[in-house]
Design a protein around this ligand. Sequence first.
Ligand SMILES: *[C@@H]1O[C@H](CO)[C@@H](O)[C@H](O)[C@H]1NC(C)=O
Ligand SMILES: *[C@@H]1O[C@H](CO)[C@@H](O)[C@H](O)[C@H]1NC(C)=O
Ligand SMILES: *[C@@H]1O[C@H](CO)[C@@H](O)[C@H](O)[C@H]1NC(C)=O
Length: 211
Amino acid sequence: MRWSSIFWSVALFTLVVAQDTSLQAVKKAFDDAHIPGNLAITFNPKVLLEVTFPEPGKLPITLHAGVHLPRNSTAGPPAFSVIGTKSKGPFVVAAVDPDAPTPQTPTSAQIRHFLGGNFSARQIWRASTPLLTNSTPAVTEFHQPTPPAGSDAHRYVFLIFEQPAGFNAQTFVAPTTSISLFNISQFASEVGLGAPIGGTFMLVAPDPPAA
Ligand SMILES: *[C@@H]1O[C@H](CO)[C@@H](O)[C@H](O)[C@H]1NC(C)=O
Ligand SMILES: *[C@@H]1O[C@H](CO)[C@@H](O)[C@H](O)[C@H]1NC(C)=O
Ligand SMILES: *[C@@H]1O[C@H](CO)[C@@H](O)[C@H](O)[C@H]1NC(C)=O
C-alpha cells in the first residue's frame, strides 16, 4: 500500500467516524429532549443539518443540537447547509416551536417558524459544506423566536426532508396560513414528506427583564 493511500484511508475513516458520532449525538439530543414523541415524528437522522445565524459585527453561530441561545442572537434569517448526502435535492426545511406559549401548556403549538421547499445543495468551493439555497421564496419566511415573559425556554426544532414530487402543488399551507396550531407530523403525512432525514434544535428563553 502506498503511503498516500494509507493517508486517505485514515482520513476517510476519521471523517466517517466523526460524522457517525455526530449523527448519534444529534439523535440522542432529540431523544433526551422528547422531540420525536412531542412532534409525533420518527427521527433517525442520516444527514447533519447545519443551521447558522448571522450575528451583526460578530462571527455567525452554528447550532449544536440542544444549544441555548440568547433571543437576540436568533434574529436570522438562518442559513442552512447539509452534510452527508450525495443528493443535490430538492429538500424541504421546516422549523417549529412545540412549546408555545409555554412548554407546560402548549395550547398554540406548534408555531411554524419556517417552511420552505426547493432547497438544493451547492458547494461554494470544492470540499466545502454544501450550502442549501432555495430557488423560490419560502412558504413561511423565518420568524424570530419570541417566547413570552415568564415562560421557560422553548425548543425550536429545524428539520430537513427530501422533497417529494408534487410538493409544489400542496395547498395545506400557504403564505397566508396562520403559523399557530401547526402540526409538522400531520403536514408531513398530508404532503408525503415521510420522516425527516436530519435536524437540529436550539433552546431560547424570553429576553431578561429590562434593567
Ligand atoms: C444580547 O443581549 C446580551 C445581554 O442580554 C448582550 O450582552 C449581548 O451583547 C446582546 N447581543 C446582541 C447581538 O445584541
Ligand atoms: C418550487 O419552484 C417551483 C417553480 O420553480 C414553484 O412553482 C414552486 O412554488 C416552488 N415551491 C416551493 C415550495 O417553494
Ligand atoms: C399531530 O398529528 C399527528 C398525526 O400525524 C397526531 O398523532 C398528533 O397527536 C398531532 N399533534 C397535535 C399536537 O395535535
